[in-house]
Design a protein around this ligand. Sequence first.
Ligand code: SAM
Length: 293
Amino acid sequence: MSDVRKPGLGNPQETIAVLNKYQFTFQKKFGQNFLIDTHVLDKIIRAADITKDDFVLEIGPGIGTMTQYLAEAAGEVCAVEIDKNLIPILQDTLKDYDNVTVINNDILKVDIRKMADEKNQGRPIKVVANLPYYITTPIIMGLFENHVPVESITVMVQKEVADRMQVGPGTKDYGALSLAVQYYAEPYIVANVPPNCFMPRPKVGSAVIRLTRHSQPPVQVNNEKLMFQIIRASFNQRRKTLANSLKNYEGLSFDKEEIEQAIAACGFQPAIRGEALSLEEFAILSNVLDKRL
Ligand code: SAM
């Protein structure tokens, strides 16, 4: 790393200097908690395993702290920031980098698949971000469900959400997000990050998680849409039996008998709850029910 420039941002003094220079005021509605710890930044970049061959999408660059680190390591970086007040700041902090493009837009409105096609010839991109916590789930599910070619997603999220992404059945954190993430990717918690690494300090603990996309899903599912409807139904009323949850769910049209027969055909107890099923068991149930559609 000796030939790599050390970015100037990433510590409290520099961050405060930039914020003062532009009289920037934080907007709570945008989940603005800027990183001010170089060790955490180094850890994120290392975990994301970025090389000069990589095209990186950064979601929410803020004042460009992590963007500088990404620009040093990657071939090309595209950073999407919703807050127009940050755009002149980014033009300043990123002026020495010719491999960074900043887009002023809401990430949920950007066609990332098209971006990967146009800017990376459809090859898998890497997503790296200190995410705005209020939209963590839609961002991650959007990347997976829209079949964006991603190799990995390395992101700072709320600690509790990172836990939810990697647990299995039998824990209170297990839910639809755990199953969706694990269907598409291999989750790995890289580090826990305390509130004092951010400005302003968030009220919750944070964690960096890396999701490495599976080349093939770990289970064989004939009808993905149906499996995720069954999963949603199961956790919608998680204290009810699986049979009752599926019966009551609007998006599904199986009758009581079909559901009970399918549960029996899978070898599950009649009174089993959905929260007890593993990803593999949801796949088996979905394949049985799919035959009855
Ligand atoms: N990357 C910076 C850092 O680590 O210091 C800032 C991270 S801060 C937690 C989240 C950033 O996402 C903010 O800059 C915020 O303005 C931006 N943001 C919030 N909602 C967004 C959205 N829908 N689309 C794009 N950026 C968004």
